[in-house]
Each structure stands twice: as structure tokens, then as C-alpha cells.
Design a protein around this ligand. Structure first.
Ligand SMILES: CC(C)(COP(=O)(O)OP(=O)(O)OC[C@H]1O[C@@H](n2cnc3c(N)ncnc32)[C@H](O)[C@@H]1OP(=O)(O)O)[C@@H](O)C(=O)NCCC(=O)NCCS
Length: 261
């Protein structure tokens, strides 16, 4: 299936049985989730409703021809609902077992990142969320290390790194499933927007800007061309700030070339 035959759209209640069937397979046959009993469709619908009630995006990838759900992704508050964490979200992402390694996960994750990075430009995906209070700032992916998976489980980590995630922690043997101990890896992706490159006292934080630029470049390389305009804006802004301070910002030229503005 080519990427043009995959449609990414908001999930709707009618998708829940398909979504839950995808998840159930991973619960019953893999260690990628530490759940041991599958959700009922009612539980899955409750999850969906809770995500919507929080105003957070819940998306599906479907086959354009027949509307089959190929995969889904949503975000939830990191570490439950402790308000101090409200700017940090945790990713859930699952593709149908028959449709892995066809680029569907990449399309879903690219879209989710772009939505989270510029929520003001994607308001329709944040139903009812008060963006000023809860603007997403960090995205966490917490993955289990399935030693029976590709690359002893580390290919999944490497896959995330391609999107700009950074590994922040490796917890040893925190899970027990399928008669074995399982590690988890914490990955983090900052979701800054242009004006975040100014620190609170108004001076530019160039190191922070560099990670912002790298993340932007990655998202451009990963698809979605509208990110290009954002990247150009960020680069011009950092350039102006660096110039004002009389500092050189040597990475900018490389970056400009690599994303072919
Ligand atoms: C991880 C996942 C979302 C990736 O989506 P996808 O559509 O299969 O990924 P893409 O086709 O865009 O990229 C495929 C690459 O993913 C990487 N990958 C890592 N772990 C993988 C896995 N368990 N299965 C398939 N691909 C995996 C491989 O490097 C693969 O590249 P290759 O085919 O050249 O070896 C999907 O495989 C999936 O749903 N896996 C099970 C659930 C899961 O682990 N979710 C993440 C929870 S943190």
C-alpha cells in the first residue's frame, strides 16, 4: 500500500472495535504492552472518551479504499492526572500486526508530532482544550524492550530516535510478562514552538534552539511539507538572535542545506 492510500484522520466511536482488536493482539501475544488482559470494547471506548474529554488528539490511519483501520495513536497525560505534569504527554501508538513495516506507524507518528508541535495550527484535533493552560511541551514514549523483537528490541528505540526523540532512561527488569523480565526505555521529544527559543528573561538559549532546529529538520525530512515554512521561520529567528549577540551559529548553514529550504 502506498502512503497516498493511507488516510490519517481523527478517530471516531465507530473505530473503537477495530482499535481494540489491534490492541488485543499485542496484549495477548507480545510484551510491547504490560497489560495482561485485553480491554473490553467498553473499556476502550472509555479510554477514547477520556482522551477526547481532555481535548487531546486521538488519530487513526485507515486504508483509503475500504476504511480498514491500519493503526492508531493517541496521547494521554504523563503519570496520570497530576496537574504539574500537564504539559507533558505520553504517546500510545499501535499498528495492525498485518500492517507493520509499511510506513503506517511513521505516518501516524509524524502527524501526531506535527499536531502537538503546533496545536494552534491544528485546533480541530484538540477538541475543547484550553491551549494556553495546557500547551504540550514534552512528548514521552515509554517502550518495553522486547528481546525477541528486531535488534533485540532496540530497533524500536532506534526508530524513535529518527523522529528526534532522545533516550532519557533505561529501567532494568521492571516488567514481568510471558515468563520473562522486561526492561523499559524512556524516550523524550521536546515540542517547542518558535517563541520558546527565548528563555524567560528574553535572551536566546542557543543550545535549546539547536535541539529545536534539529527536531524541526527531522520532521521536515519525515514528510509533511508544511513544516518547511515553520522551519524557515525558526531559522531566521535564531539567526537574528545569534547575530544580535555577536555569536556564530555554525549549525544553521548545514541545517538549511539539509532541509533544502
Ligand atoms: C512500532 C510501530 C508503531 C512502527 O510502525 P510501522 O508502521 O511498523 O513502522 P514503519 O513501517 O514506519 O517503520 C518500520 C521500521 O520500524 C522498526 N521497528 C522497530 N520495532 C519494530 C517492530 N516490533 N515491528 C516492526 N518494525 C519495527 C524497524 O526498524 C522497521 O524498519 P525495517 O522494516 O527497515 O526493519 C509498529 O511496528 C507497531 O505497532 N509495533 C507494535 C506496537 C509498538 O511497539 N508500539 C510502540 C509502543 S512504545
Amino acid at each position: 500500500m502506498s502512503s497516498s492510500e493511507v488516510v490519517i484522520r481523527r478517530a471516531k466511536p465507530a473505530d473503537i472495535p477495530s482499535i481494540n482488536a489491534i490492541h488485543k493482539n499485542y496484549v495477548q501475544n507480545t510484551v510491547v504492552t504490560f497489560m495482561t488482559e485485553p480491554n473490553s470494547d467498553e473499556d476502550a471506548a472509555g479510554n477514547y472518551e477520556q482522551t477526547k474529554a481532555l481535548g487531546l488528539p486521538y488519530i487513526v490511519a485507515t486504508n483509503q479504499a475500504n476504511e480498514t483501520v491500519l493503526g492508531y495513536s493517541y496521547v494521554s497525560p504523563f503519570r496520570g492526572v497530576k496537574p504539574g505534569y500537564r504539559h507533558t504527554l505520553e504517546l500510545s501508538l499501535f499498528c495492525h500486526l498485518n500492517h507493520v513495516r509499511k510506513g503506517v506507524g511513521r505516518q501516524l507518528l509524524t502527524r501526531m508530532i506535527n499536531i502537538l508541535k503546533a496545536p494552534e495550527d491544528h485546533r480541530e484535533w484538540f477538541e475543547g482544550m484550553r491551549l494556553n493552560d495546557s500547551r504540550p511541551k514534552q512528548l514521552m514514549a515509554v517502550m518495553s524492550v522486547d528481546v525477541e523483537g528486531p535488534g533485540n528490541g532496540l530497533k524500536l528505540r532506534d526508530w524513535y530516535l529518527q523522529f528526534g526523540f532522545e533516550q532519557r532512561g533505561h529501567l532494568k527488569e521492571v516488567g514481568w510478562k510471558m515468563e520473562r523480565w522486561i526492561d523499559t526505555i524512556y524516550l523524550q521529544l521536546p515540542l517547542p514552538k518558535c517563541n520558546d527559543i527565548l528563555s524567560e528573561n528574553g535572551s536566546p538559549d542557543l543550545q535549546y534552539s539547536q535541539s529545536l532546529l534539529s527536531a524541526t529538520a527531522l520532521s521536515v525530512r519525515n514528510g509533511e511539507r508544511q513544516a518547511n515554512a515553520g522551519a524557515s521561520h525558526v531559522i531566521n529567528r535564531v539567526k537574528a538572535l545569534a547575530l544580535g549577540l555577536g555569536k556564530e551559529y555554525c549549525h544553521l548553514n548545514d541545517l538549511e542545506t539539509s532541509i533544502s529550504l
